[in-house]
Design a protein around this ligand. Sequence first.
Ligand code: ADP
Ligand code: MG
Length: 701
Amino acid sequence: MQESLNTEIKFLPGVGPKRSELLNKELGIYTLRDLLYYFPFRYVDRTKFYKIRELQSDLPYIQLKGKIISYQVTGQGRGQKRLSAKFSDGTGIIELLWFKGFKWIPENHKPNVECIVFGKPSVFRNQINIIHPDIDDISKEKSLSSRLQPMYNTTEKLKNNYITSKVIQKMIFNLLETTAKNLEESLPVWLIKKTGIIHLNEALQTIHFPDNPEILKKAEFRLKFEELFLLQLNILKTKTLRVLKTNGYVFEKVGENFNNFYSNNLPFELTNAQKRVLKEIRRDMGIGKQMNRLLQGDVGSGKTIVALMSMLIAIDNGYQTCLMAPTEILANQHFKSLSGFLEGLNVSIKLLKGSTRKKAREVIHEELLDGSLKILVGTHALIEDIVQFQNLGLVIIDEQHRFGVAQRARLWEKSERPPHVLVMTATPIPRTLAMTVYGDLDVSIIDELPPGRKAIKTILQNDSKRLMLHAFMRKEIEKGRQIYIVYPLIKESEKMDYKDLEDGYFSIVRDFPSPKYYVSVVHGKMKAEEKDISMKHFKEGKTNILVATTVIEVGVDIPNASVMVIESAERFGLSQLHQLRGRVGRGADQSYCILMAGYKLSDEGRKRLEIMVRTNDGFEIAEADLRLRGPGDIEGTQQSGIPFDLKIAHLGRDGNILQYARDIAGEIIDKDPLLAADENRLLKLQLKKLYNKSVNWGEIS
Ligand code: ADP
Ligand code: MG
C-alpha cells in the first residue's frame, strides 16, 4: 500500500542530500510520506488585498497589489548588504527589504510592472516595511484567485538555507503531482460511506492546496478522523483482547471485615459519589475478569476511604492487597490514615519504604509470603523483585501519573493471575484525554466533595505586596490556622530554585520569629528522616508555617492548614497549581490560596493564573490546560506510550471528532474484536503499520 511513499526524501527531485539532511534534522521529515503529512499550520487568504494606507504593524501575512517604483542596494560586505525597494499601490508607499538571496529580484520583478507582494508587515523606525516578501507577477493572480495559501512551519536554520514555507510548498506540490498523485484509499469503502468523509486523495490535495474554506474543513475532518479513529481502534482492540484473555480473581462476597468497618469504624456517611464508585469496583472485582479501573476524584473528594473499603473486600475474600504511593511522605500518610481507620479491626497493615531497615524488611517479606500480612503500603520499594506475596489480589496505585505503564505491569507479575488494579488520581483528566491516555482502563469518577466544605478563595497577588501578605498570614495564624508556602522547583534551574527557597525561608523566619512562631521546611535535598520530622511537626501543629518545594504537592492532608501561598505561581502548570491548592480547604474553615506572581507575565502565564482565580473545578481547569498546552505537555502522557505526535488532530480541541471516532471504533470492535472479517482487513493492516514497528512490507500489497 503506497510503498513508494517510503522512499527517502532525498530522492524527491529538487531535494538532494544536503536539503534532505536539513529536513531530517529540523522537521523530522525522512520519507516522502513524512513530507506529505507535513501539514500547513495555517492558510492565508489570497483573495483579499490590503491597501497600504490600512497597514498596521500587528497584521498577519497580507498581500498588496501595486508597482515597485525603484530598487536600491546599500551596505558593504557580508551581512551588511541589503536590497530595498519602494513599493506603491496608489494609497501610499512602503519599503520592501531583503538581507540575503536578492540577487535576481530586480531582474525578475522590473519596476513599474504591476505585481503582488506578499508578506508580514513590521515596523522599523516608525515606518512600516515588509522583510523578505514574496513577489508574484500579476499574471499569476488568476491561478491564485480562489486559493488559500498554505503556510508551513520552518526553522531559522531552514530559512538560512532557503528552505522557506514557499519552498516546502513547492516540494509538496511536486510530490502531489508525482508519487502522491493517485494514492490508494486507506480506509475501507464501507467506512467512508458510513461516515460521509471525503477520500484520502482529495483530503491530502486539499489540506495542502485548498480551493475554499468549506472543502478545507472537510479535508481536515477526514484526516483528523482517520488519525483518531485508528488510535481508538487500536486502544479498544487491545483492551478487548486483554479482557477476553485474562481471567481475574473473583471476589464474590462482602465479609466480616468490610461489615465491621462499615458499622463500627466508618467515621462519616459516604457521599453518593463514593457509594456509586464503590459499587462499580465491587461489581468489577466479582465478575471473573481482571479489574483495571481508574478512580478519578478531585483533591479532597475522599478517595482513600474508597481504596480502603475495596481492600477490605479483597481481604474478606482471602487475598492480600497493597497500596503504592509516589513519595515517602504520601506513603507515610496513607499508612497512618489507613491504620487509623482500621483501629480495633483485626487487619494487619505495614509500611515498606526505601528507608525501611533490613530487619523490619525481612519480617515484612516473611509475613507477605506466609499470608499473615494483609495490607502493604509503600513506595516504589513495592516493585522490587524480592517483595513477593502469597496471594496478591488487589493493587491500588495512588497518583498514577507518576508511575508508568511498565511499572504497573511489574506489580502484576507478583501473583498467579493478574491482580485487580485500581489507579487513583487527583488530577482530573479531560474526557478526551482519558479516553486516549487511559484508554484501556475503565473510569470511575467521584464528582462530589464531602459536605460542609467551603470553597477556597483564590487571590492573585503581585510580588510587591509581600508586607500585606505577611500581615494576612499573622492574622490567620492568630486564628489558629496553619500555612503552606510553596516554591517552584524546575529541574533546569534547580540551583537557583533552592536559593529562592532558602532566601524565602530566611525571610519568613525573620518576619515570623520564634518563640511566637515556628517554621518548618521540607525539600527534596533533605534526608528522608529530616523531611518526616519536619512534616510531623507541621502535621501536629507544632509549627505554624511550612516552607516547601512541590514535594507536598500530592495528597498531603492537614485539615488545619487553610492558607496556601504559591511563590512564582506563574512558573507552575495549571494542574500543579490545582493540586497545590487542593492541600487547603480540607477543614471547616475558610481557606485561601494566594498566588504570588512577578510583574512580567507571559500571556499564557496570566491566563493560567486567571483561570485559577475564576474556578475551583478541577475538570474545567484540566480542559483549559489541555487547550492551552496540548496533550504532550500534560503530566503523565509521556509515559503512556500513546503517540502524541498526532499530525493533525488535537485532543484538546477535537473532542467531538474523537468521541465520534471512538463510537465507530467501538461498534467495529464489539462485532469483530480481532478484525478478522474481510471488510476489516484494511483496518487490521493499518493498525499493524501504525502500531507494530516490525511490519513486513511485503505482506502489505
Ligand atoms: P483525596 O481524594 O484527595 O485522597 P482524602 O481521601 O484524603 O481525599 O479525603 C479528604 C478528607 O475528607 C479526609 O480527611 C477524609 O477523611 C475526609 N472524607 C472522606 N470522605 C468523607 C465523607 N464522605 N464525609 C466527610 N469527610 C470525608
Ligand atoms: Mg489522596
